[in-house]
Design a protein around this ligand. Structure first.
Ligand SMILES: NC(=O)c1ccc[n+]([C@@H]2O[C@H](COP(=O)([O-])OP(=O)(O)OC[C@H]3O[C@@H](n4cnc5c(N)ncnc54)[C@H](OP(=O)(O)O)[C@@H]3O)[C@@H](O)[C@H]2O)c1
Length: 350
């Protein structure tokens, strides 16, 4: 069985990454029978070739008729737009797999990482959210550990690539590299070239920026651990693709690093690269374009008898966004988990 799939935000970074995954044939068994591409008026009429077929980009408007006939829509648009479009897509009878922040914490909307909480997707009502890119790679790496030795506290410091902001930020970094003095500084409050900026998202007034709040709230929802102690410091770095995270966890019991390494080696979606003697550990340059989440520098935290430290790196556009959406689509399609509430004519959103 194959499905009619739409990509909303097809001209953006995440949308293009989704199409690149299709184009490269990385997942030849994806059950896609037909494909439609949508973006803003800015891209009206643009032509994009996917698997040899040319597609004309359609202008998205919030009218359910536009999405009729589609089974799934992979949505990679901004938060404000996603708030409008997701219920419209669901109303048209398609499953909206949304990559934005708009629906993640909404009660009744599953927030899904297939390696961690696949069953959560079963209860959807037409909208399924994927987490923030930095949350996604962290939960993939920590879930296998949490299952055998429950995590009591997480402290995470991130080193996040500019592509996490969108294609304009990548252009801005490149322009600043070429002309540090004259290039615009519009995407961030400071120059990002030759700099680090400890500010991602909007300031929340409680000392946190929104990205840090997302890592806390989303991890708790995905793990079904509403009281899990989490502290995050999110930092933007002048790297194009690939988020890195230094993670310290406090566990229920002491945990030898070798036991953690063994568990992570067997876990889905993870590659362990951990040979510090030979300078082997994951880095953004080596993981960009790769599907798995890479883990290295696994060690006892010398400051705590039940502490473990890890270094986790992932491609924010792949597992952090497009790939996770594809996996959600595959999961829901394979299991035939239809958006029952939407089809029964009930409210689509809470
Ligand atoms: N980048 C990441 O690492 C990452 C990771 C996880 C989640 N996300 C989330 O994924 C979403 C997309 O991110 P991105 O990095 O791909 O952004 P982006 O590169 O800025 O692309 C945005 C896309 O949205 C389209 N769009 C904008 N306004 C629209 C409208 N009114 N109607 C229809 N389409 C519209 C744009 O079309 P035009 O080209 O026509 O303007 C473009 O295709 C965001 O919510 C982001 O937070 C991103």
């Amino acid at each position: 069985m194959t499905y009619a799939v739409g990509v909303l935000g097809a001209t953006g970074q995440v949308g293009r990454e989704f199409l690149r995954i299709l184009e490269a044939g990385d997942r030849p068994d994806l059950p896609i029978g037909s494909l439609r591409l949508f973006a803003s008026e800015r891209s009206a009429g643009k032509r994009m070739t996917v698997r040899g077929d040319e597609h004309v980009v359609e202008v998205a408007c919030p009218d359910p008729h536009l999405f009729e006939g589609l089974d799934f829509v992979i949505s990679a648009i901004g938060d404000v737009e996603a708030r409008t479009f997701a219920p419209v897509v669901a109303q048209a009878g398609a499953v909206d797999v949304d990559k934005s922040n708009a629906w993640r914490m909404e009660p009744g909307v599953p927030l899904v990482v297939p390696e961690v909480n696949p069953e959560a997707a079963r209860a959807h009502r037409g909208i399924i959210a994927g987490p923030n890119c930095s949350t996604t790679q962290m939960v993939v790496a920590l879930w296998p550990i949490h299952q055998v030795n429950p995590i009591r506290r997480i402290i995470v410091d991130t080193y996040q690539a500019v592509s996490g902001t969108g294609w304009r930020a990548v252009d801005e970094l490149r322009a600043q590299v070429r002309d540090p003095q004259g290039a615009p500084r519009q995407q961030y409050p400071h120059q990002i070239h030759q700099n680090l900026i400890p500010e991602i998202g909007s300031y929340k007034g409680d000392g946190l920026f929104s990205e840090e709040r997302k890592m806390i709230d989303e991890t708790r929802k995905i793990f079904s651990e509403p009281d899990l102690a989490i502290s995050a410091t999110c930092v933007r770095v002048p790297v194009e693709v690939g988020h890195s995270e230094a993670i310290h966890v406090e566990l229920e019991r002491p945990f030898p690093p070798e036991a953690a390494r063994e568990i992570l080696r067997k876990a889905p979606g993870i590659v362990v690269l951990d040979d510090p003697r030979h300078s082997e550990y994951p880095m953004p340059l080596s993981v960009a374009g790769e599907d798995p989440v890479f883990v290295g520098r696994i060690r006892q935290d010398p400051s705590h008898p039940r502490g473990l430290a890890l270094w986790v790196v992932g491609d924010n556009l792949r597992k952090g966004a497009a790939l996770n959406a594809i996996q959600v689509f595959e999961l829901v399609a394979r299991n035939g988990w239809r958006p029952t509430a939407a089809r029964d004519g009930q409210e689509v959103h809470a």
